[in-house]
Design a protein around this ligand. Structure first.
Ligand SMILES: C[S@@+](CC[C@H](N)C(=O)[O-])C[C@H]1O[C@@H](n2cnc3c(N)ncnc32)[C@H](O)[C@@H]1O
Length: 178
């Protein structure tokens, strides 16, 4: 393979990754904006995650909250991601990091139907997807399930607790309890 072909392949890979992430952002109504490390830490504290609990990350991005939940002792962690390149990245990290009892699903989180087993959900979407979250996911949750939402709220469910803005890259976190 000559240098020009290598450059072309590299460019095509970059275009595939960027377009996949952008497409998912438009289709899902929430682009990929990763939560800061501090934000992930605060989200875990707010969720009061107990060892062995089942965690779902709705729109898991690069999976950073998933791995943090795993390290914090979650029994099972499921991430769902619409963007194929991000899903691929999560799968790679899952295998390389040997994160046992973790699963990453590719697809629309609102087309999934098994949130009833979740103890904790993390979500960082936007205004419209949060309406869909309230309509589709919230009714499936069992009593006592905690939802931590980064930056956006469900329109009709009262927030139980708020961690206010701390610094750039860390918008408010909202806790809901079913
Ligand atoms: C703001 S980012 C948050 C990423 C990650 N949760 C974090 O906090 O770092 C939103 C993510 O949700 C994904 N997403 C948007 N709509 C989705 C849907 N309906 N189903 C699954 N993933 C979705 C996007 O592709 C993006 O990666």
């Amino acid at each position: 393979m000559n240098y020009f072909t290598l450059e072309l392949v590299g460019l095509l890979v970059v275009l595939f990754v960027l377009s996949g992430v952008a497409w998912a952002g438009v289709r899902g109504g929430a682009p990929w904006v990763p939560t800061s490390r501090k934000g992930v830490e605060k989200a875990l504290q707010l969720a009061r995650l107990q060892a062995g609990e089942t965690v779902y990350d709705v729109g898991c991005g690069d999976g950073r909250t998933m791995w943090a939940a795993h390290r914090a002792g979650a029994g099972r962690v499921v991430g769902i991601e619409l963007a194929l390149p991000l899903w691929g990245l999560c799968q790679l990290r899952r295998v390389l990091g040997r994160y046992a009892n973790t699963e990453v699903r590719w697809g629309n989180a609102f087309a999934q139907g098994d949130y009833a087993e979740a103890d904790v959900l993390f979500v960082f979407l936007m205004t419209e997807p949060m309406q869909e979250f309230e309509r589709v996911v919230w009714p499936q949750l069992k009593t006592g399930t905690r939802v931590v939402s980064h930056a956006f709220t469900m329109p009709n469910v009262p927030v139980r607790e708020t961690v206010p803005f701390v610094k750039w890259g860390h918008a408010p976190l909202y806790l809901y309890v079913k």
